[in-house]
Design a protein around this ligand. Structure first.
Ligand code: NDP
Length: 448
């Protein structure tokens, strides 16, 4: 699809040529540029001053070798990345992903999205992302520790509490953050909030673990409320069974919904009686096993191999919380045919552009990731504040701030969509609201 604006067409072509083969990054940039068409008509100064061209170019890309030794004494070599995308409104902030699918295009798309998401939180954080093609699955604790230490040995040269503050993402949870924090402290001899998602005893924030999933539900609740609906009595499907998925299920259930399905990268479970979350936590958080194990405890539930089948389950609300492009056009059409009323994205970019069109043209309420999953990074920014103050808020205090932030994000995205002539289009609204703050800061800072 081409843009009405010749400038945007030319810029998109340049992005594709300069970042050849990085299809996830192209997808993320195209979506934002589409949303910006009405903005550049109203604000030609952003084009004139090169703000749009600058915002699609990372400030810095760091790429490095990560050698480590496995339990058999073999030297293994992975590749590490940190993309410091935009620091106009604060230090770079964004997670680290450890997954075999990681390459520069994945980190670039995630870093780019992070700019707008972080801006939407209303907190002073710029956009960044990092990770490695290392696969923690099947590795011993000692192997994970040695990998994390080697990764941080190099990364520590580029990050700091006031420059760049990484956190977790797929494959990086409390265990990995702990090993990396320990190595940073050892190398730099300083105890600072250089990472978020830390354990509570050494500077972590209460409610950070729950924040992305809870925040997703607070956002969804506000979107439903604005449209005369609620979670109460609704049937919900949640993909994934990691950090985001588990706490989305917890909050949706508290708000009166029944979650009937969850998944991992092998398959999904369907439990018509409602997912037993304690059982999932035991399998995933404690034992690090596959979701299939659920049937050992609940033989009456069903297990199906493959991920996309989860979207054929009849539900009122779908919360994709696994990975990018997990809902394609066919899955979206299956959800629509089964009467889904709302889809809110916990994962980053889980719906393809064709899936988003299918939801929007069927009148399904759609909450895009940038807005709906911003609760994790928002609470990471609250962790940074607490670290700077050498002080901790209670769980209830952090949770209340998180809820406020998510409600505000919903209304800011919704207002921006209306103001630019696309009422109800939260994809455009989130992109525009996130963009304006960063773009104005970039203008204020001067061109170079
Ligand atoms: P976790 O590693 O804790 O969990 C990821 C889950 O998604 C697992 O169940 C995993 O299954 C599944 N999954 C991963 N890759 C694939 C794949 N290729 N196909 C199918 N399933 C897959 O990660 P998080 O819960 O932290 O992250 C989930 C999503 O949420 C990601 O898109 C992430 O970027 C996004 N996100 C996370 C935030 C956070 O605070 N953690 C903040 C904002 C967004 P398996 O175990 O089999 O790999």
């Amino acid at each position: 699809m081409s843009f009405k604006s010749a400038f945007l067409n030319e810029l998109m072509e340049r992005v594709e040529a300069r970042n050849a083969g990085e299809k996830e990054f192209h997808q993320a940039v195209r979506e934002v540029l589409e949303s910006l068409e009405p903005v550049i008509e109203k604000h030609p100064e952003f084009v004139k001053n090169g703000v749009i061209e600058s915002i699609v170019e990372p400030e810095r890309i760091i790429k490095f070798r990560v050698p480590w030794v496995d339990d058999k004494g073999n030297v293994r070599v992975n590749r590490g990345f940190r993309i410091q995308f935009n620091s106009a409104i604060g230090p770079y902030k964004g997670g680290l992903r450890f997954h075999p699918s990681v390459y520069e295009g994945i980190i670039k798309f995630l870093g780019f999205e992070q700019i707008f998401k972080n801006s939407l939180t209303g907190l002073p954080i710029g956009g960044g992302k990092g990770g490695s093609d290392f696969d923690p699955k099947g590795k011993s604790d000692m192997e994970v520790m040695r990998f994390c230490q080697s990764f941080m040995t190099e990364l520590s040269k580029y990050i700091g509490a006031d420059t760049d503050v990484p956190a977790g993402d797929i494959g990086v949870g409390a265990r990995e953050i702990g090993y990396m924090f320990g190595q940073y402290k050892r190398l730099r001899d300083e105890f600072t909030g250089v990472l978020t998602g830390k354990g509570i005893p050494y500077g972590g924030s209460l409610a950070r673990k729950e924040a992305t999933g809870y925040g997703l539900c607070y956002f969804t609740e506000e979107m439903l409320k604005d449209n005369g609906l609620s979670f109460d009595g609704k049937t919900v499907v949640v993909s994934g069974s990691g950090n985001v998925a588990i706490y989305a299920v917890e909050k949706a259930t508290t708000l009166g919904a029944k979650v009937v399905a969850m998944s991992d990268s092998n398959g999904y479970v369907y439990d018509k009686n409602g997912i037993d979350l304690d059982c999932v936590k035991k399998i995933k958080e404690v034992e690090r096993k596959r979701i299939k194990e659920y049937l050992v405890y609940h033989p009456e539930a069903e297990y199906h191999e493959g991920c996309s089948g989860i979207w054929t389950i009849k539900c009122d609300i779908a919360l994709p919380c696994a990975t990018q492009n997990e809902i394609d056009e066919n899955s979206a059409k299956a959800l629509v045919a089964n009467g889904v009323k709302a889809v809110c994205e916990g994962a980053n970019m889980p719906s393809t552009p064709e899936a988003i069109s299918a939801f929007q043209s069927a009148g399904v309420l759609f909450g895009p990731a940038k807005a709906a999953n911003a609760g994790g990074v928002a609470t990471s920014a609250l962790e940074m504040s607490q670290n700077s103050m050498r002080y901790s808020w209670t769980f209830e205090e952090v949770d209340a701030k998180l809820k406020d932030i998510m409600v505000n994000i919903y209304h800011n995205a919704s207002s921006a969509a209306s103001e630019y002539g696309m009422p109800g289009n939260l994809v455009a609204g989130a992109n525009i609201a996130g963009f304006l703050k960063v773009a104005n800061a970039m203008l204020a800072h001067g061109v170079v």
